[in-house]
Design a protein around this ligand. Structure first.
Ligand SMILES: [Zn+2]
Length: 175
């Protein structure tokens, strides 16, 4: 079972969604804990298999504490693959969920603001900018594998028009 995920939250102004929160699952108690930032998430993810995550890696948190997030229908969960390489400094890995909720795209934004969507494009970019190659940036540090979209619960709840999910969501957003 994959044990890591970023969360999608609705962003009304755009047609596509980007992750609104990040979470990691404890290897021992299986509870979900919030991860403060995307970069922290990427650091945990990069060595997730050899260095599994436990609640007590958060200061003052133990497995006895209630989960930060419940895996439920209040949002779309996307489950990332473990051990994806952390993007080189200055490069951002971005995920965009299409409005249909069923397709997700992964791309990188380079330090120059260029969006790249395939290893061949990264290769071309590095060939044209020798300073990154010289700094040790390599195509192998990029991964375009997309995470799994766990949208079944969310879509079912949405179709049934259950208001409870909306309350949970706005509660999370107030935090
Ligand atoms: Zn735990």
């Amino acid at each position: 079972m994959e044990k890591e995920s970023s969360l999608m939250k609705k962003k009304p102004k755009k047609f596509n969604y980007t992750p609104g929160a990040y979470a990691v699952q404890c290897y021992k108690c299986m509870k979900w804990r919030s991860v403060g930032s995307k970069h922290e998430f990427e650091t945990i993810r990069a060595s997730f298999i050899e260095d599994p995550w436990y609640c007590n890696k958060n200061p003052n948190v133990s497995c006895d504490d209630p989960a930060d997030l419940e895996y439920d229908a209040s949002r779309i969960w996307i489950i990332d693959k473990p051990n994806l390489p952390k993007p080189p400094q200055g490069f951002e890995r971005e995920l965009v969920l299409r409005r249909c909720y069923s397709k997700i795209d992964a791309h990188y934004t380079t330090p120059t603001g260029k969006k790249v969507r395939a290893p061949s494009e990264i290769g071309k970019f590095l060939d044209s900018k020798s300073e990154y190659k010289e700094a040790g940036v390599d195509v192998s540090q990029f991964c375009f594998t997309v995470p799994k979209i766990m949208n079944d619960m969310f879509l079912r709840k949405r179709e049934s028009g259950d208001d409870k999910s909306r309350n949970v969501k706005s509660k999370v957003e107030d935090d």
